[in-house]
Design a protein around this ligand. Structure first.
Ligand SMILES: *Cc1c(COP(=O)(O)O)cnc(C)c1O
Length: 437
């Protein structure tokens, strides 16, 4: 019995051969054609999710802008799809800008976040004409003001504030607390100084405030706690420095289902809670309703991607456990190693067989911490079996490395029975291209 209905892409089915199929494509056939490990993205899930975001947020708050945080999976084909769906793009580096440029992503739909953007990166972003840049440090105010001056433009900006809210997620993925490298703290008074400085900067147009609490957030409370606090701050800044709050962003961080036992709230729940909270703040402080900008990364693409691995060595340690090693691991998915992230493992080619276990799914990289799934239940694995890990669409491939000089996997996009390579598997030549002897 297939138990991945809530974690796999929406088009997932089990075909007559007892194999998992996504977008009408048999995953075993895809591996035969493109090799292993393989990442498969489902276009239907991406489009349905994008539409759900637009519908949920515009339904709850008319003047909403959805800006995909492209660090979750910066890929030109994906960005083209999102552009077609009316979604904008957030970048955090010049490299992510280059990806957006590759598909001529409209600059009017783009924002630049990050706690330490270089002069070069800022300059490229201003030149491309980005709709907004989110300022995150004092030096950045001066540098960006200078760059805009040199290029003869007024650059619209937001200020990233830190509301001292602990989002109750992993300590490495909470970003809105006082002790964080991100944002200007409201609590310490730095956010106030930043507002004053940006208001004074002649080539910057301060359009509003931004914060981001961390990820993944399964609860609504962090948002509904932080929003009133930041709105109060906005009102204070209006009174002191004439801040005109035309834009307001509570960031992203919306959760996805990595395992069936821990599923997220529907997007509309986040939308309603955020919209109600922003509106209440506007009423309380007499603001016109600003443009609401949300920046989903993980939740836009996480569910659409699946990682497929081939089983190799199997090692049974009597009385301890059985290690089932696969041909990928921390090189293509470092999340279990750094965040203790949990995943489900499913058999691709023996879906209807009885489950056994637990098995420990280990990667092939030379680190004991290279474990993908601690306790997986599968039909007793045999070398050559294929294993799929759902919810692998965000922060897997983008965080991939060439540790152990292992080429990074290929990526395929599926839709209506069609499949196309959107990133080819790396070769040894790719790995050696930058070496100089
Ligand atoms: C990473 C990031 C996001 C997206 O976070 P997700 O958890 O992927 O939704 C949004 N805004 C900012 C500023 C970020 O750094």
């Amino acid at each position: 019995m297939f138990s991945g209905r809530d974690t796999f892409p929406v088009t997932t089915s089990v075909n007559l051969d007892g194999h998992i199929a996504i977008g009408g494509c048999d995953l075993k056939d895809l591996v035969s054609e493109y090799g292993s490990p393989l990442y498969v993205y489902d276009e239907t899930t991406i489009r349905e999710t994008a539409r759900d975001f637009v519908k949920s947020f515009r339904g709850a708050y008319k003047d909403s802008h959805i800006s995909y945080s492209s660090k979750a999976f910066a890929n030109p084909v994906l960005e083209k799809i999102l552009d077609e769906e009316g979604i904008g793009i957030d970048i955090v580096s010049g490299g992510e800008l280059a990806v957006a440029k590759m598909v001529e992503f409209p600059a009017s739909m783009m924002n630049f976040n990050g706690n330490n953007k270089s002069r070069q990166e800022l300059s490229e972003a201003v030149e491309y004409g980005l709709a907004r840049i989110t300022i995150d440090s004092f030096p950045e105010i001066d540098v960006l003001n200078e760059i805009a001056g040199e290029q003869g433009v007024t650059q619209p900006v937001l200020i990233r504030v830190s509301p001292s809210v602990d989002a109750q997620t992993h300590r490495l993925t909470t970003t809105g607390i006082l002790d964080s490298k991100f944002g200007f703290s409201i609590e310490t008074g730095h956010a106030e100084i930043a507002v004053q400085k940006v208001q004074e900067a002649k080539n910057l147009d301060l359009r509003g405030l931004h914060f981001h609490l961390g990820s993944p957030l399964f609860e609504l409370d962090p948002y509904t706690e932080a929003i009133p606090y930041v709105m109060q701050f906005a009102a204070d800044m209006r009174d002191k420095f004439g801040l005109d709050l035309r834009e307001f962003s509570p960031g992203g961080g919306f959760a996805i289902g990595y395992v069936g036992e821990k599923l997220p709230l529907p997007i509309s729940d986040y939308a309603n809670a955020i919209a109600d909270s922003v509106r209440a703040g506007c009423d309380a402080h007499g603001f016109d309703e600003p443009l609401l900008i949300v920046e989903p990364g993980r939740s836009m693409v996480g569910r659409s991607g699946v990682a497929i691995y081939t089983v190799g060595a199997i090692k049974e340690i009597p009385g301890v456990r059985t290690y089932v090693s696969v041909d990928g691991g921390m090189g293509d998915n470092i999340r279990p190693a750094i965040y203790d992230a949990e995943y489900e493992a499913h058999s691709v080619n023996r879906v209807n067989e009885e489950l056994d276990g637990p098995f420990r799914i280990a990667g092939k990289f030379c680190e004991s911490g290279d474990i993908l799934v601690k306790n997986a239940f599968l039909p007793t694995p045999e070398p050559g079996d294929l294993i799929a890990l759902p919810a692998s669409g965000a922060y897997n491939v983008p965080m991939a490395s060439n540790y152990n000089m292992v080429p990074r996997p290929a990526i395929v996009m599926v839709s209506d029975g069609e499949h196309r390579l959107i990133r080819r598997r790396e070769t040894y030549e790719d790995l050696l291209r930058t070496s100089i002897i």
